[in-house]
Design a binder for this molecule. Structure first.
Ligand code: GAR
Length: 195
């Protein structure tokens, strides 16, 4: 049974879907949900699902990313995760942190990577006149929103779509894609899937 830790910064809807998926014959179980924001709504949702939680506020560390990560590593390493899932985790990680979890850290990003790494993905897709938008789950490498793609899901951009309406449709796809990729990844399958 693989042990999965999940890092969040916000509401944690993807985290909830991952946690809810890890039951029965699933090859993994959630062992920790951690956030850089003590007020993240996802922490209460994780606790309600009986998953241990930790909050390590990044703000007291200012620009010192390495010091924040050292603090974050305390609860994280104590949980002994095999797999680390970033699920709406909005802090850039240092190469040293990424290398520690190389090959076993996943991220979900709300665009069809390699298009639109970074923020405001849906507004950028609409502004570019793209016919399709979507989401990607990828292995995390030191470069932001890069790394081998494990799965993607796409939706048409509709006439009249706003960033918010598109984000809502993509989020529904994220909730299907991330559990599907994790389930396969936990048994060593890294061939890309497309929903
Ligand atoms: C999701 O749309 C996720 O793809 C995005 O943040 C949202 C978190 O929602 N992640 C990023 O933009 C990472 N750069 P959630 O907290 O409800 O899962």
């Amino acid at each position: 049974m693989k042990r999965v830790a999940i890092l969040i910064s916000g509401g944690g809807s993807n985290m909830v879907r991952l946690v809810e998926s890890m039951t029965g014959d699933h090859p993994a179980r959630p062992v920790l949900v951690a956030s850089n924001d003590p007020a993240a709504g996802g922490l209460a949702r994780a606790a309600a699902l009986s998953v241990p939680t930790a909050a390590v506020d990044h703000k007291p560390f200012g620009p010192d990313r390495a010091a924040f990560e050292t603090a974050l590593l305390q609860p994280l390493l104590a949980a002994e995760p095999d797999i680390l899932c970033l699920a709406g985790f909005m802090r850039i990680l240092t190469p040293a942190f990424v290398e520690r979890f190389e090959g076993r850290m996943l991220n979900i990003h709300p665009s069809l990577l390699p298009a639109y790494p970074g923020l405001h993905t849906h507004a950028r897709a609409i502004a570019a006149g793209d016919a399709f938008a979507g989401c990607s789950v990828h292995l995390v490498t030191p470069k932001l929103d890069d790394g081998p793609i494990l799965g993607q899901a796409r939706v048409p951009v509709e006439p009249g779509d706003t960033a918010d309406s598109l984000a809502a449709r993509v989020l529904a796809l994220e909730h299907r894609l991330y559990p599907a990729v994790l389930r396969r990844f936990a048994v060593g399958k890294t061939a890309r899937i497309d929903l």
